[in-house]
Design a protein around this ligand. Structure first.
Ligand SMILES: [Zn+2]
Length: 136
């Protein structure tokens, strides 16, 4: 995947994170941009509510794509920042999301994150983030 496309995904993840009005408890906004094999890109952010059933940005993004009929995925960019801080920091999927991603993607599915202070892109595969994943 070329750098231009990776940067586009990261920027789309940042843009949706900057529009997040649903992180009232953590004040930690997470944005994700998911690239599908057909080239389409879906974005989403973390959604919190009064219960404990918050939805992470990765899964809210996948929910949009899956309900739209998408089945094959190439990569996701995930970025996050505190609401009182304009800088995004390196953020990787939580354990629950890693399991979710491993079930809906192939082992070489890429996860990108970005750190503003370091001005650095980090890149992983889901197999690296969740080796020996649970499967029936
Ligand atoms: Zn998560």
């Amino acid at each position: 995947m070329n750098n231009e496309l990776v940067l586009d995904l990261i920027n789309q993840a940042k843009n949706i994170a900057n529009q997040n009005f649903c992180c009232k408890y953590s004040n930690f906004t997470v944005g994700a941009a998911l690239l599908c094999q057909d080239g389409s890109i879906y974005t989403g952010f973390n959604i919190e509510n009064d219960g404990i059933q918050a939805i992470c940005a990765e899964r809210s993004t996948f929910a949009k794509a899956l309900t739209d009929g998408q089945k094959d995925f190439t990569a996701i960019a995930v970025v996050a920042r505190k609401l009182d801080d304009q800088l995004f920091s390196k953020t990787l999927p939580c354990g629950y999301c890693r399991q979710f991603l491993s079930e809906y993607t192939k082992p070489d599915f890429k996860i990108y994150t970005y750190d503003d202070q370091e001005n650095k892109i980090y890149s992983y595969t889901i197999a690296e983030l969740l080796p020996e994943s649970f499967k029936f």
